[in-house]
Design a protein around this ligand. Structure first.
Ligand code: SAH
Length: 243
């Protein structure tokens, strides 16, 4: 199976802290509103390019979030009216996600299943597919990308995000984030598993997805805030595809 058990153990060990806004997952909480806005904007532009920015574009949409963890993205998408399924292989994270959903009254369907197996069971069923900050944790990211493509309905938007691999991303995502600023625990990321945009694009090209656009996600160490910018995709980046 396409899973690194050490990765799953790493996430399971800190699963209780998924919703601690000041804990190990703080960066994911901080980037969440940015990426939700980005998703909504891209989906809106694709669906109705001339009609501005309605806030109901996700209403009633069936979305699958691959590598959902504690449900940070999944819950936000439900709050925008979507019907969301979250899948992950860390059982502990899903337990925390379910409990948090119950507490908040946010209904997400969580399943502990691989993306590949889930795609065999639910081919072409989803209006939107998301797979954020997950590809750099698996042995074979192209297999996840194929599963994401298989889960999407024709024309459906599919989003990936991951970390680029170059000296700057090493300095920012490993040295800076793990050792200097202690933004995430040491050992969170393995530099060798970072994915260059050219590599990701080659993997996407092997599926029936096509790439619409990319976006950089940046961290400002001075005010410790994140922002989206197209200036570069040197470190963390999002890719918006369409089936
Ligand atoms: N996508 C979420 C969580 C990112 S953390 C977010 O952006 O908020 C990475 C997640 O990928 C963890 O929850 C981890 O358990 C999950 N993961 C790692 N390897 C996996 C695999 N092979 N299959 C499914 N999920 C995996």
């Amino acid at each position: 199976m396409n899973v690194d058990h050490q990765e799953i153990e790493k996430f399971s060990a800190i699963a209780s802290r998924w919703w601690d806004l000041e804990g190990e997952f703080k960066p994911l909480h901080q980037i969440n509103p940015l990426r939700v806005d980005y998703l909504i904007q891209q989906i809106t532009q694709q669906a109705r390019p001339s009609q501005g920015y309605p806030n109901d574009i996700l209403a009633g949409k069936r979305i699958v979030d691959i590598g959902c963890g504690g449900g940070i993205l999944a819950e936000a998408l439900v709050e925008h009216g979507a019907s969301v399924t979250g899948i992950d292989l860390a059982q502990e994270s899903l337990t925390v996600a379910r409990l948090h959903g119950l507490e908040q009254g946010v209904d997400v369907a969580y399943h502990c299943i691989s993306a590949e197996d889930f795609a065999v069971q639910h081919p072409g069923e989803f209006d939107v597919v998301t797979c954020l900050e997950m590809l750099e944790h698996v042995p074979d990211p192209s297999s996840i990308i194929q599963a994401a493509a298989a889960l999407a309905k024709p024309d459906a938007p599919v989003f990936f995000s991951t970390l680029n691999r170059n000296p700057k991303s090493y300095m920012m995502a490993i040295v800076g984030a793990e050792y200097v600023m202690n933004l995430v625990p040491k050992g969170t990321h393995d530099y060798d598993k970072f994915i260059k945009p050219s590599e990701l694009m080659r993997m996407i090209d092997e599926t029936d997805l096509r790439i619409n656009s990319t976006m950089g996600l940046h961290f400002n160490p001075l005010n410790r805030e994140y922002y989206l910018s197209n200036r570069n995709i040197d470190v963390n980046y999002l890719v918006f595809c369409q089936k």
